[in-house]
Design a binder for this molecule. Structure first.
Ligand code: ATP
Ligand code: MG
Ligand code: MG
Ligand code: MG
Length: 561
């Protein structure tokens, strides 16, 4: 590829609205262009990387016995109503109507669609197991699309689904997929950890998330410093239940009706603090007393999900809109929490309060609660705060925390979808049974961003060879010099013939511009043709390590091999 005619719009300056490395670098290296919030075009350089990641995914899926298919993006509402997810998905489901006023969704995932296919075609246990996958654009109207490709509203996912007549078969497929994921993420150059995850409300059991380790990751992982134990903190730490037996003997505690507590103003009235200070406290005074607690959107009042015990300053609430949105949601219950928790918005909900907690009765709360005084926060009912340095659950090693980016997830779904949608098979005895299912996702576009998060330096990206957009960046430093230009052309054809993917910088730009762009774009091997072209000598530099050597043109091919 000749750079003079390649769409590679590099930017010198760091874009103002991008605050993490992968987002900044993808913009600066001319990889992506935003069209709307969380919606991006993948420019040619990004497309090449995506293609490589997809190829690895295809290979590993195929080796694991999964067959590729493609399902529609446009899903009729009726299908999603069969599982109740039309309502349950809430705002995240992108909805639209056709000209006949029929409702549709843009697929955020495909359990419903695949189950509708399988139920029509698979009748006997003899036709199982089956494993199918696709790589496709998904749509999710994320509450906060951000960080470029890490959390988009339109993104590329590989989603696989497996079908079984018994638990053992499901387990086998699960293990196989787990293996395939480990190979995939290793091949794309990620440092990652599979972690035990929370199976949530979907009736599933085993599930692991694959976490690419990165400071900017939105998930917290609790792992053992000397074994393989690792869990998403939301799993490792807690399932909090609102207390049944909060010490109501304390006179300071008042049970109050919170039915009409719906807005930040209501909260302010209930707590007798100015509305403005509620937001302010959340945003700035987080080291103090304010805690956000979330309960699932479907009003499972006892399932407060906490993510972490830590300094309140790490609470992730950044925008007024988000706080307002959270506070505006109808109140169910809030949990008894100490003053320093990190809780992450997941499904919609709750509000925030100092000294208020759920009374385990709908629309009732206690006020005047002092967490430390009134509640054994160390171990209250189902609350358990995991602590850095405590023994890991497997008894091997101590707990450490790290941040991770969820790049994939494997999930034993069980029979939630098949039961709700009537996907059954006849077993050996001619009895009808719901099919057991597993589902397995990889965020392809997110993976590309995660790779950059782990592979960059102050100058730009440092691609791992296997997913690099090109193998060699060939620079002719002065295209006006005929000798250099000719040598450039010669090496470009020679190296391409040898099977390397070469980006030839044949632009009429200054050497400094070319070097900077090369560092930014991060192709693993750089070959610069400069003044020594006349002696048949070029400079070869490894982007990752910065090592450089002078090589004579006649030795170049051997040297590269
Ligand atoms: P998250 O917890 O980050 O919201 P998820 O658990 O909702 O992700 P899954 O339903 O497990 O996501 O989807 C499978 C994979 O798709 C995820 O592991 C992730 O890599 C990717 N993915 C999910 N949401 C997004 C998004 N908004 N943008 C990019 N990739 C995403
Ligand atoms: Mg999500
Ligand atoms: Mg997740
Ligand atoms: Mg997930």
């Amino acid at each position: 590829m000749k750079q003079s005619s390649f769409l590679l719009p590099t930017l010198r300056d760091v874009p103002a609205d991008a605050d993490i490395a992968s987002h900044q670098l993808m913009l600066r290296a001319g990889m992506i262009k935003q069209l709307a919030a969380g919606v991006y075009s993948y420019l040619p350089l990004a497309k090449r990387v995506i293609h490589k990641v997809e190829n690895i995914v295809h290979e590993e899926m195929s080796k694991a016995g999964s067959q590729q298919l493609t399902m529609p993006t446009l899903h009729p509402a009726e299908l999603w109503q069969e599982t109740g997810r039309w309502d349950k998905m809430g705002g995240e489901l992108m909805r639209l109507k056709d000209r006949h006023n029929r409702s549709f969704a843009l697929g955020p995932t495909h359990e419903e669609v695949i189950t509708s296919i399988i139920r029509d075609f698979i009748q006997s246990y003899k036709q199982l197991p089956l494993n199918v996958y696709q790589i496709q654009t998904k749509f999710r109207d994320e509450r906060r699309p951000r960080f470029g490709l890490l959390r988009g509203r339109e993104f590329i996912m590989k989603d696989a689904y497996s079908f079984h007549s018994n638990e053992e078969s499901l387990h086998e497929a699960y293990e196989k997929m787990y293996e395939a994921y480990s190979k995939t993420f290793t091949r794309v150059g990620l440092t990652f950890r599979p972690v035990i995850a929370d199976s949530g409300a979907m009736g599933g059991k085993d599930t692991h998330e694959f976490m690419a380790l990165a400071e900017v990751g939105e998930d917290t992982i609790a792992y053992s410093d000397s074994s393989d134990y690792a869990a998403n903190i939301e799993m490792a730490a807690v399932q909090v239940k609102a207390p049944n037996d909060l010490p109501t003997h304390r006179e300071e505690l008042n049970k109050v009706e919170t039915k009409d507590v719906k807005t930040i103003e209501d909260v302010s009235e209930l707590l007798n603090v100015p509305a403005s200070s509620i937001i302010k406290s959340l945003l700035t005074n987080v080291d103090g007393d304010w805690v956000l607690v979330l309960i699932r959107g479907d009003h499972e009042l006892n399932e407060i999900k906490l993510k972490h015990q830590l300094n309140a300053k790490e609470i992730r609430l950044a925008t007024n809109e988000e706080v307002l949105e959270v506070v505006k949601t109808p109140v169910g219950s809030i949990g008894p929490i100490g003053t320093s928790l990190k809780v992450v918005a997941d499904h919609a909900i709750q509000y925030i309060v100092n000294g208020v907690c759920g009374a385990n009765e709908e629309h009732k709360h206690y006020t005047g609660v002092h967490a430390e005084r009134d509640i054994d926060v160390e171990n209250y009912g189902d609350i358990r705060f995991i602590k850095e340095g405590e023994p890991s659950p497997d008894g091997k090693g101590k707990i450490r925390f790290a941040q991770g980016i969820e790049v994939g997830q494997v999930f034993k779904l069980g029979t939630f979808y098949s039961e709700n949608m009537g996907a059954t098979v006849l077993d050996e005895n001619g009895k009808s049974k719901p099919i057991m299912m597993g589902c397995y996702g990889i965020g392809v576009s997110r993976t590309v961003a995660a790779i950059i998060e782990q592979h960059h330096d102050e100058k730009g990206i440092t691609w791992p060879y296997e997913v690099a957009p090109f193998h060699i960046h060939l620079l002719a430093l002065n295209m006006k010099n005929q000798e250099q230009a000719d040598l450039g052309e010669h090496l470009y054809s020679l190296l391409s013939e040898k099977g390397y993917e070469v980006l030839f910088d044949d632009r009429k730009e200054r050497a400094g511009v070319k070097f900077n762009d090369a560092d930014l774009v991060g192709i693993p091997i750089r070959i610069a043709i400069g003044k020594k072209a006349s002696e048949g000598i070029v400079e070869l530099k490894i982007r990752h390590s910065g090592e450089s050597v002078e090589v004579s043109v006649s030795d170049l091919v051997d040297y590269l091999a």
